[in-house]
Design a protein around this ligand. Structure first.
Ligand SMILES: Cc1cc2nc3c(=O)[nH]c(=O)nc-3n(C[C@H](O)[C@H](O)[C@H](O)COP(=O)(O)OP(=O)(O)OC[C@H]3O[C@@H](n4cnc5c(N)ncnc54)[C@H](O)[C@@H]3O)c2cc1C
Length: 418
C-alpha cells in the first residue's frame, strides 16, 4: 500500500519505520527543515511507564483550582474565550471520575509497557545509536503526604505489571549519589528499573536516516494543507512545497501524526479532536563535573520537573501551561528551572549557559492518545500523546502499522471517537 505519514515528530517517524518494515511504500510529509523539530525537539527524555497515570483523576479538579492564577504553578490553566478550550475542560472533568481514571490508567500502562518493550527491541535489532540510559527512573518526594499517595499509585502500577518500587531516602541516594546534597529533604522515592531515558530528537533524526536508507521518502519544508476525502474515503493529501507549488498526493492510507496541529487540519472533515496545547519548558546544560550530575533519570515531585542526562548534557524539563499556543519563553519559568537544577546539583554544570526551549504537548482530556482508524475509511490517527509521546511512540507506531497491514494488534486500541 502507498501510505502517507503526516508529520515527522517522534511519533510520525517511528510510525513510518514500522509501516516500511511491514512492506508499505511510505512518504513522510513535514513542514520543518528536518524531523523532530517541534515538540519532539528538547523534551524531558523519560521513557516513563511507571508514572503513566493520567492527570485526570479524582483529586485533580481541587488541585487545578488551587493553582489557578499562580504563575509558578506546576499546572497553569490560562482561561481563554475559546470554545475548544472549555469543551476540553469539561471532558477533562468527565475523565476525573474514579471509573474513568481507572480505565485510562489501565490503557496508558498497557500502551506504555508495550511501547517500552518495542523501543528496546527496535534499538537492539538495528543498533540505533543515540544518547540513552537504561538506569531506570527515580522519582523523589519531599512531602510526606505526597509520598504516601505515591505508595498507593506504586501498588496500582505493580498490579498492572509495571515494577515501580517505593524506596527509602537512603536507597534513593545509594541509587543516585548526586542526590546526596538534598538527602535530608527527601522523604522517600519510587524507582522503576525498567524505565529508561534518552534524547528523543537524536533518536528521531537517526531513525529517520534509517527510514530513508530503507526507502521511505521524506518531503521536508512541505506543508499539508488538506487531507483529501472522496465518497467517505481518504484518498491522499494536498501539499504546499517550499517553492509554494501545490500538489495532490494520492494514497491508499493516510496517518495523521501532526501533534498539536492535528485538530485544526482534520476539523474541516468533521473530525473533532479534543487536543489542546500544553506548553512546557526545558533547559539543557553542559556538564562540567560528571560526578556531581545525575546518571539516573530523575523526577523532582515537589517542582514537577524531570532530569535526564545525555552523555555530557543535562536536560531539565517540566511545567504545564494550558491555553495559548505561543512558544515564547517566560523568563520566570526558565530561571526557575536553572535555580532548581543548581540547588540540587551544585557545580555539576555550566549554569551560565542554559539552552532554553519551549514545546507544546498535544494533550487529550484523558491523556490517552488518539490511536486507530477514523470513521473516514483509510484515514488513521496517531496523535494526542500529551506528556508521554516519547514513551509511547514506538508502541503506537507498531500498532498503527499492524492495523493498516490487517494484522491483529498486540494491545487493544482505545476506541477513536472521531
Ligand atoms: C517540556 C516537555 C517535556 C516533555 N517530556 C517528555 C518526557 O520526558 N517523556 C515523554 O514521553 N514525553 C515528553 N514530552 C512529550 C513529548 O515530547 C510529545 O508528546 C511528543 O514530542 C509528541 O510527538 P509528536 O510526533 O506527536 O508531535 P511533534 O513532535 O510536534 O511532531 C508533529 C510534526 O508535525 C509537523 N506538522 C504540523 N503541522 C504540519 C503540516 N500542516 N504539514 C506538515 N507538517 C506539519 C510539525 O512540524 C512536527 O514536526 C514532553 C513535552 C514537553 C513540551
Amino acid at each position: 500500500m502507498r501510505v502517507l505519514v503526516l508529520g515527522a515528530g517522534v511519533v510520525g517517524v517511528t510510525c513510518a519505520w514500522f509501516l516500511r518494515q511491514a512492506g508499505h511504500d511510505v512518504t513522510v510529509i513535514e513542514r520543518q527543515v528536518g524531523p523532530g523539530r517541534e515538540t519532539s525537539f528538547a523534551n524531558g527524555g523519560q521513557i516513563s511507564v511507571s508514572h503513566a497515570e493520567p492527570w485526570a483523576n479524582p483529586g485533580a479538579p481541587r488541585k487545578v483550582l488551587q493553582w489557578l492564577g499562580r504563575e509558578d504553578a506546576p499546572l497553569l490553566f490560562r482561561p481563554r474565550a475559546s470554545v475548544e478550550q472549555w469543551a476540553w475542560g469539561l471532558s477533562f472533568l468527565h475523565e476525573c471520575t474514579p471509573a474513568r481514571a481507572a480505565l485510562n490508567t489501565r490503557r496508558l500502562v498497557a500502551l506504555g509497557l508495550y511501547s517500552r518493550a518495542v523501543l528496546k527491541q527496535l534499538r537492539a535489532e538495528i543498533g540505533l545509536e543515540y544518547p540513552y540510559s537504561e538506569r531506570g527512573i527515580l522519582h523523589f518526594y519531599t512531602n510526606d503526604a505526597d509520598f504516601e499517595l505515591a505508595r498507593t499509585s506504586a501498588a496500582l502500577m505493580r498490579s498492572l505489571g509495571c515494577d515501580r518500587r517505593s524506596i527509602s531516602p537512603d536507597e534513593a541516594v545509594a541509587l543516585e549519589p548526586a542526590l546526596a546534597v538534598v538527602h535530608d529533604r527527601i522523604v522517600g522515592a519510587d524507582y522503576c528499573a525498567e524505565d529508561e531515558s534518552g534524547d528523543a530528537h537524536a533518536y528521531t533524526m537517526k531513525l529517520a536516516e534509517r527510514c530513508q536508507q530503507r526507502g521511505v521518502e521524506f518531503l521536508l519544508e512541505t506543508t499539508v494543507s488538506r487531507v483529501l476525502v472522496e465518497s467517505g474515503s481518504c484518498i491522499g493529501a494536498e501539499i504546499v512545497r517550499a517553492d509554494e507549488t501545490i500538489t495532490r498526493l494520492s494514497a491508499d492510507a493516510v496517518v495523521a501524526c501532526l501533534g498539536v496541529q492535528t485538530r485544526a487540519l482534520l476539523a474541516p472533515l468533521g473530525i473533532r479532536l479534543k487536543i489542546v496545547p500544553a506548553k512546557g519548558y526545558s533547559a539543557t546544560f553542559d556538564i562540567t563535573d560528571a560526578k556531581r550530575a545525575p546518571n539516573v533519570s530523575l523526577t523532582d515531585d515537589e517542582y514537577k520537573i524531570v532530569f535526564s542526562r545525555f552523555d555530557l548534557r543535562l536536560r531539565v524539563a517540566g511545567t504545564v501551561e494550558l491555553g495559548g499556543v505561543g512558544l515564547e519563553l517566560n523568563p520566570a519559568r526558565c530561571d526557575a528551572l536553572t535555580r532548581r537544577t543548581e540547588a540540587l546539583f551544585p557545580g555539576a554544570c555550566d549554569f551560565s549557559q542554559p539552552r532554553y526551549w519551549a514545546g507544546l504537548r498535544p494533550l487529550t482530556p484523558s491523556n490517552v492518545p488518539y490511536l486507530g482508524a477514523t470513521r473516514i475509511r483509510a484515514l488513521y490517527l496517531n496523535t494526542g500523546h500529551g506528556t508521554l509521546g516519547w514513551t509511547m511512540a514506538a508502541g503506537s507506531g507498531e500498532l498503527i502499522a499492524s492495523l493498516i497491514s490487517g494484522r491483529p494488534t498486540a494491545v487493544a486500541l482505545p476506541a477513536v471517537a472521531a
